[in-house]
Design a protein around this ligand. Structure first.
Ligand code: EPU
Length: 432
């Protein structure tokens, strides 16, 4: 297992390029199961979650080839309708298989995903949606069994107490594209990653209306064909590096997701006194005088993304004044808080909010990564902390950030990845 060591306080300069969107690629790979033709997927990021999804596709019978330079070929000649616990438990996004298998074979037997460190992640809305398509859905011995042989179009309202569901919308779309009749999905997720999935599905011959809106209409077709599709750039990776630029006061250019995908971040940065400027396809940030605190609430797109909340917490931790960051998607997604406190941040959890009192500086410390975005928040903190920050369990970071340490080192950060054995013994976080 690797650790990351950061010697903070270096300004960054140069250009960072974000890769393809992780949360687009995972359902898109699953959607390749909908046809027996070959699908070519481009701008695929080199992430452990992507390689893991490829293994799952291989298990169900697809041939998956990484051609290099972000180009992957998926051909699902024959597909088996089953994904076992052993494969599904390690990555929640593998639940996307459910809709793809129903769409291709009219049936699926997929293990229920297990728990998740960012809080409860139910799939009741996914199942409600499939039932509205007249699928028979049963949970038996930890497996979801879906019989959709006689499925037909219907009306589905996908809103839950936290808004819509991203992978639930993806699942229902994939099941509905080959379902006879018309399916109307109300309160569908509007995330850019769902729009990307719809673009892919249209390329495969699916008939969709209302793409990008909360009302998606799907007219079922008999079969789908292969496609050549380029995945959108990762808006969360782009946003993470823009926050890094603001935090370190750096002259950094970021190439990645366009303004239409980053409106909420743009708005909150502006409130914080930071202008996000987009010119000729490149982002940079400019701070007007002293930064100001923000009152931020995470919401489904186009609201502020929960996947950038932890990184904003790091920025506000060293911004004068009191900020309030409220989670409306995952009320317990504050695992970064206790680690940032170890670095000197003044943070308090109050219900589903984190109250942040900006401090002058953070100080480097050994910290533990707990999930993907919390890990990114710790890397950002390490960049501005005085002294050395050692981050353990960085495999969380590799799930969603392609070589973050290398990208940051290339723009001047003092950051290196080392085998855990090279971490000074006194700093290792041992359980006892
Ligand atoms: N929810 C339900 N019932 C359901 C499904 C969801 O109550 O059947 C709730 C969830 O508990 C949560 C909210 O609805 O409170 C939103 O969940 P959603 O289903 O939209 O999340 P997801 O599809 O499981 C995706 C991303 C997450 C991202 C969320 C929210 C992928 C693979 N994952 O998860 O990404 O945080 O949408 O935008 O697309 C990450 O990249 O770090 C990450 C966690």
């Amino acid at each position: 297992m690797d650790v990351i060591r950061i010697d903070g306080g270096r300004p960054l300069s140069g250009r960072i390029t974000a890769g393809g969107a992780k949360n687009s690629v995972l359902p898109i790979f699953a959607a390749c199961l909908l046809t027996e033709d070959e699908c070519v997927i481009r701008n695929v990021p080199d992430l452990s979650d992507v390689r893991y999804m490829a293994r799952i596709l291989e298990y169900v019978g697809a041939s998956v080839v990484d051609e290099g330079s972000g180009v992957w070929r998926v051909k699902a000649g024959e597909v088996r309708p089953e994904a076992p616990y052993d494969l599904v438990r390690k990555m929640r996004a593998s639940i996307c298989l459910l809709g793809a298998l129903v769409g291709r074979l009219g049936q699926a037997r997929v293990s229920m995903p297990g728990g998740c460190v960012i809080g409860p992640r139910p799939i009741d809305l996914h199942l409600k949606g499939l039932r509205k398509l007249s699928c028979k859905v049963e949970v038996k011995a930890g497996y979801l069994q879906v019989d959709g042989k006689d499925r037909r179009g219907g009306g589905v309202f996908l809103g839950g107490r936290y808004g819509s569901t991203v992978t639930g919308t993806a699942n229902l779309l994939m099941a509905a594209v080959t379902t006879p009749g018309t399916t109307r999905i109300e309160c569908a997720a509007c995330e850019p990653e769902i729009v990307d999935l719809c673009t892919l599905l249209r390329g495969m011959g699916a008939r969709l209306e209302g793409v990008g809106s909360p009302t998606l209409i799907v007219h079922g077709v008999d079969s789908l064909n292969g496609v050549d599709h380029t995945v959108i750039d990762d808006r969360i990776e782009t946003g993470t590096y823009l926050i890094a630029a603001a935090l370190t006061g750096s002259d950094l250019e970021v190439k990645g997701a366009p303004p239409a995908m980053l409106g909420a971040l743009h708005d909150k940065m502006e409130e914080a006194g930071i202008d996000m400027i987009y010119e000729d396809g490149l982002w940079r940030v400019e701070t007007r005088g002293q930064r100001a605190p923000v009152d931020l609430i995470t919401l489904p797109h186009p609201g502020f993304p929960t996947d950038l909340q932890a990184q904003m917490c790091t920025l506000m931790a060293v911004t004068p004044g009191i900020s309030v960051l409220t989670e409306r998607i995952y009320p317990n997604r504050f695992m970064h808080v206790s680690e940032l406190q170890r670095m000197g941040a003044d943070l308090a959890i109050e219900g589903a909010s984190c109250i942040v009192k900006g401090v002058r500086s953070l100080s480097g410390a050994p910290v533990m990564a707990s999930d993907l975005r919390a890990s990114a928040a710790l890397v950002l903190a390490g960049l501005v902390a005085t002294g050395e920050t050692w981050i353990q369990r960085v495999y969380h970071l590799d799930r969603g950030y392609q070589r973050m340490d290398e990208k940051l080192r290339a723009v001047g950060a003092s950051i290196e990845r080392l085998p855990a054995e090279e971490m000074p013994k006194g700093l290792l976080g041992e359980d006892f």
